[in-house]
Ligand binder design. Structure first.
Ligand code: 5AD
Ligand code: SF4
Length: 473
C-alpha cells in the first residue's frame, strides 16, 4: 500500500524487445496479458519479478545477443535470490521458437521458453510456474489463433500505433528463418482488424502501421460476404476510420504487390507516400538462388508502376550482401539497381547463415572480409541517396505528425510522410497533431523545421526598457 492507501501493483515486469516491429507489437500485447496477474512494467531490471526477452532469430548476431543478455540477467537473478526475491526469466519470440530446448540447455536458469504463436497461453504458463512445476517450454503451433485470445488493443503510447494484420510466411526465401519461427501465413479477419483500428483511434492514435511478415499477402475473411479481402481493399476500408489520418503497412513482398494495392496508393490520401519494399539483391542469379520469385526487371517495373500511381512515393528496401555464390558482378548489379531506383532509406545486412535454412548448406559461401567490403560500398551509396533526399526537403512544407518530446526542452519530434524524424521547437500541447512545417535543416538521419512558437507579447521589462527615457549624455 502506498501513502494514499492505493494498492501497489504486486509484481514488476521488465520487457526487452529485439528485432522487428512485429515483436514490438507482441511485447505490448504480452504486457497487457500479464497486467491482470498483477505485473506492472518497469524499466529497472534489478527491480523486476519477471524478465521477458522477446527475441529475434533473423541473423546470427541478433540471436547471440540474447545469450549474452541472459548471462547478465543470470547475475541479477542470483543477486535478487540472495535477498530472498525470485525472478521469473522468460524467453519468447523467434529464438525461443527456433531453438526451444537448446535455450534451456545453454541457459538452464531460464524458467520459460515459448514461441510467437503461444503468447496467449502466457498467463497459464506463469500460473504453472508459480505452482513450481519446473521450466516451461511451449513452442507449439496451436490450432487456435493467438489473436482470438490476446487483448485486442493496448493503450496507445503516442499517436502512432502498430496493428498486426497478418503473420507468418510461406515464401521460404532460402536465407530466411521466418517460415520456421513464425509458421504458415495467417491473416486476421477484416472485422477484427477494423475493430482494433477503431479502438486504437479512440485511444488517440492518428496513424496506424499495419504489420505482417509478408503484409501484402493479406487475405482476411470478410464475415459479411464470406469473401477474402486483399490489402488494397483493407486499406480502403480502414481509411474511413474516424480519427485515423495516416495509414502505412510493412513489410511487403514485391512479387505479391497487386493492382488493387497500387490503386490504393493512387486513390487513398491517408496512405502515406512511403513504402518499404525489400529487394534483397539486384542480380537475377542471386534472386533466383534466394527463391525470391521475381527478377530485377519485375522489381524495376513495379517501382515504375507504383510511382505512376503516386509520383511522390519514397522507397525503402532491405539488402543482403554476400549471399552464397554472389560474385562481384552480381554485387555490381545490386549497386546498379540502387542507382536506378534511388532509395530514400534502406537497411542492408551481411548474409548470415541460419541453421536449417537451405542457403546455409549452399556451396560458395562468401568470405567475411568480402562481405564487409561489399556492405561498406553499398551502405556508402545508400547513405548518399538518403542524405540527398533529406537535403532536397529543405524549403518544402511537409505535414508532420508530432509524436514525442525531443531531447532538448521545448522541442518536439514528429514524423514526415516519408518516415523522417523532424525536430521542431513547439509546445507540448501540439503533441498528437499533424502540422504543416517548413523544413529548414537536414542531416543524414533527421530534419529540422522552422520553430512553431506563438508570437508572444514582449515581456514587461522589455517594454519598460523601450519606453525608458534615453540616458542623457
Ligand atoms: N542474413 C542476412 N540478412 C537476413 N535477412 C533475413 N534473413 C537474413 C539472413 N539470413 C534480412 C532481409 C530481410 C530483413 C528483415 O532481414 O534483408 O528483409
Ligand atoms: Fe522471410 Fe520475407 Fe522471404 Fe517470408 S518473404 S521467407 S519473411 S524474407
Amino acid at each position: 500500500m502506498n501513502a494514499r492507501g492505493l494498492r501497489e501493483p504486486r509484481r514488476k515486469l521488465h520487457v526487452k524487445t529485439y528485432g522487428c516491429q512485429m515483436n514490438v507489437y507482441d511485447s505490448e500485447r504480452m504486457t497487457a496479458l500479464l497486467a491482470p496477474l498483477g505485473y506492472a512494467p518497469t524499466a529497472d531490471l534489478d527491480d523486476a519479478d519477471m524478465v521477458l526477452l522477446n527475441t529475434c532469430h533473423i541473423r546470427e548476431k541478433a540471436a547471440e545477443k540474447v545469450y549474452s543478455e541472459l548471462g547478465r540477467i543470470r547475475l541479477v537473478k542470483e543477486a535478487r535470490r540472495a535477498k530472498g526475491r525470485d525472478t521469473i526469466l522468460a524467453v519468447a519470440g523467434c529464438v525461443a521458437q527456433a531453438e526451444g530446448e537448446e535455450v534451456l540447455r545453454r541457459a538452464p536458469f531460464v524458467d520459460m521458453v515459448f514461441g510467437p504463436q503461444t503468447y496467449h497461453r502466457l498467463p497459464e504458463m506463469v500460473a504453472r510456474l508459480h505452482r513450481r512445476s519446473g521450466a516451461v517450454l511451449d513452442t507449439a503451433f496451436p490450432e487456435e489463433s493467438k489473436f482470438d485470445h490476446m487483448p485486442r488493443s493496448s493503450p496507445v503510447d503516442g499517436p502512432t500505433a502498430f496493428l498486426t494484420i497478418q503473420e507468418g510466411c510461406d515464401k521460404f526465401c532460402t536465407f530466411c528463418v521466418v517460415p520456421y519461427t513464425r509458421g504458415a501465413e495467417f491473416s486476421r479477419p477484416v472485422a477484427q482488424v477494423a475493430a482494433e483500428a477503431r479502438a486504437l483511434a479512440q485511444q488517440g492514435a492518428r496513424e496506424v502501421i499495419l504489420l505482417g511478415q509478408n503484409v501484402n499477402a493479406y487475405h482476411g475473411v470478410d464475415d459479411e460476404t464470406g469473401q477474402e479481402v486483399g490489402l488494397g481493399e483493407l486499406i480502403r476500408r480502414l481509411a474511413g476510420t474516424d480519427g485515423l489520418d495516416r495509414l502505412r503497412y510493412t513489410t511487403s513482398y514485391p512479387a505479391e504487390v497487386d493492382d488493387a494495392l497500387i490503386a490504393a496508393h493512387a486513390e487513398i490520401p491517408a496512405l502515406m507516400p512511403f513504402l518499404h519494399l525489400p529487394v534483397q539483391s539486384g542480380s537475377d542469379r542471386v534472386l533466383s538462388a534466394m527463391n525470391r520469385r521475381h527478377d530485377r526487371v519485375f522489381y524495376l517495373d513495379l517501382v515504375e508502376r507504383l510511382r505512376r500511381a503516386r509520383p511522390d512515393l519514397g522507397l525503402s528496401s532491405d539488402f543482403i550482401v554476400g549471399f552464397p555464390g554472389e560474385s562481384d558482378k552480381d554485387f555490381q548489379e545490386t549497386l546498379d539497381l540502387v542507382r536506378r531506383v534511388e532509395f530514400i532509406q534502406a537497411y542492408s545486412f551481411k548474409y548470415s547463415p541460419r541453421p536449417g535454412t537451405p542457403a546455409a548448406a549452399m556451396d560458395l559461401q562468401v568470405p567475411e572480409d568480402e562481405k564487409d567490403a561489399r556492405l561498406t560500398e553499398l551502405q556508402d551509396l545508400l547513405n548518399v541517396q538518403q542524405t540527398a533526399f533529406n537535403a532536397a526537403c529543405i524549403g518544402r512544407r511537409l505535414p508532420v505528425l508530432l509524436e514525442r518530446p525531443g531531447r532538448h526542452p521545448g522541442q518536439l519530434v514528429g514524423r514526415s510522410p516519408y518516415m523522417q524524424a523532424v525536430h521542431v521547437d513547439a509546445s507540448e500541447d501540439k503533441l498528437g497533431q499533424i502540422i504543416d512545417l517548413e523544413i529548414t535543416r537536414a542531416g543524414a538521419n533527421s530534419l529540422g523545421a522552422r520553430p512553431l512558437v506563438p508570437a508572444r507579447p514582449p515581456a514587461v521589462t522589455e517594454v519598460a526598457a523601450r519606453h525608458a527615457p534615453e540616458a542623457s549624455l
